[in-house]
Design a protein around this ligand. Structure first.
Ligand code: TRP
Length: 332
């Protein structure tokens, strides 16, 4: 079976953008591929090395979001990156053969540096670890010899670099050891935020996987609709409805979407009523996931056990591959 490797940095509870654009896709991939899904906690340290108070909770939270959404430890190997020290060791070997200008030209890194600078002012600097971000990511991917790497568009350059480094390793050590993995695009922009902009935790416009039905309903009531519509019996324009109708297209059945469109255009459906129904619709879709998440929240030991088991499985595989790498490099 072909292999998939993908990871996410533990940045807090996931929202519907992650669920619809990334996780739901992972859940499907599990049936066709041998999947390795991991929490990239070392990657979190590249920018947040001094803000680690919540790191452990963030790792558990993201894992619970995955498990609740249907990422299945029976099908996929789920682990925390730092529980596989072999990845750090592989990173070291790869760093020896990676020209400095290959990492310096990395566009994502340049963006991250810019964001970091704007946040922290003149005192900020790029640490050695952040510089190595794309090489660490390469180690994550090559460690398990992935065929495909599901990533967002912003990460494709990293997978390109992974291919370059794999090829370079094979050249330098005169072997055909690493395959060149292919990126597989996620679509994180499937759903916009409640204000019509990109959904994001820091924009305060998201609905979390872990939000309760009440909170979700309340948030949906704040979603932007057709701004030109003043009274509820004015004819509406679903295509100009900035958020609510877009959500209907994601969460409604074809019949429901048609009904909403017709009633809105005829002025038979006010925006408030429409959003009340929409909130209920979203809650219907998320109910089972939230119940499952609650179960894991109440049984954190289960989550920890799943992560430990996944790490054991991943480590075995990683040890084998690292042994071969060390042989090829001719280490003692
Ligand atoms: N860099 C990725 C991100 O920020 C996370 C990541 C780390 C990753 N290592 C990976 C993704 C390996 C895919 C494969 O989203």
């Amino acid at each position: 079976m072909q292999r998939i490797v993908s990871g996410m940095r533990p940045t807090g509870k996931l929202h519907l953008g992650h669920y619809l654009g990334v996780i739901d896709n992972w859940v499907k991939l599990q049936n066709e591929y041998e999947c390795y899904f991991f929490v990239a906690d070392w990657h979190a340290l590249t920018t947040k090395y001094d803000k680690t108070e919540n790191l452990r909770q963030d790792i558990l939270d993201i894992t619970m979001d995955w498990l609740a959404s249907g990422v299945d430890p029976e099908k996929s190997t789920i682990y925390v990156q730092s529980q596989i020290p072999e990845i750090a060791e592989l990173h070291l070997y790869l760093s020896m053969i990676t020209p400095q200008n290959w990492v310096e030209r990395d566009p994502t890194l340049k963006d991250m540096a810019k964001i970091l600078k704007s946040k922290e002012g003149m005192t900020s600097q790029i640490n050695y670890g952040l510089m190595g971000y794309p090489v660490l990511m390469t180690a994550d991917i090559l460690m398990f010899k992935a065929d495909f790497v599901p990533v967002g568009i912003d990460q494709v350059a990293h997978v390109e670099l992974t291919r370059d480094i794999a090829r370079r390793f094979n050249n330098v050590y005169n072997c055909d050891f690493f395959k060149e993995p292919q990126p597989k695009l996620n679509n994180c922009s499937l759903i916009c935020g409640l204000d019509g902009n990109k959904m994001g935790k820091s924009f305060n416009n998201d609905i979390k996987i872990s939000d309760t039905a009440e909170i979700t309903a309340k948030k949906v009531m704040s979603a932007i609709t057709d701004r030109s519509r003043m009274r509820k019996d004015d004819p509406g324009h679903p295509d100009d409805c900035e958020v609510a109708f877009k959500y209907w297209k994601i969460f409604g059945s074809n019949d429901e979407i048609n009904t909403v469109k017709e009633e809105c255009e005829k002025g038979l459906r006010g925006c408030a009523d429409c959003k009340r129904q929409l909130g209920a619709k979203i809650n219907e879709r998320m109910a089972e996931i939230r119940e499952k998440r609650k179960y894991y929240e109440q049984n954190p030991k289960l989550v920890i056990d799943i992560l430990n088991l996944g790490a054991d499985k991943a480590r075995k595989e990683a040890q084998q591959i690292l042994k071969e790498v060390k042989n090829l490099v001719k280490m003692y």
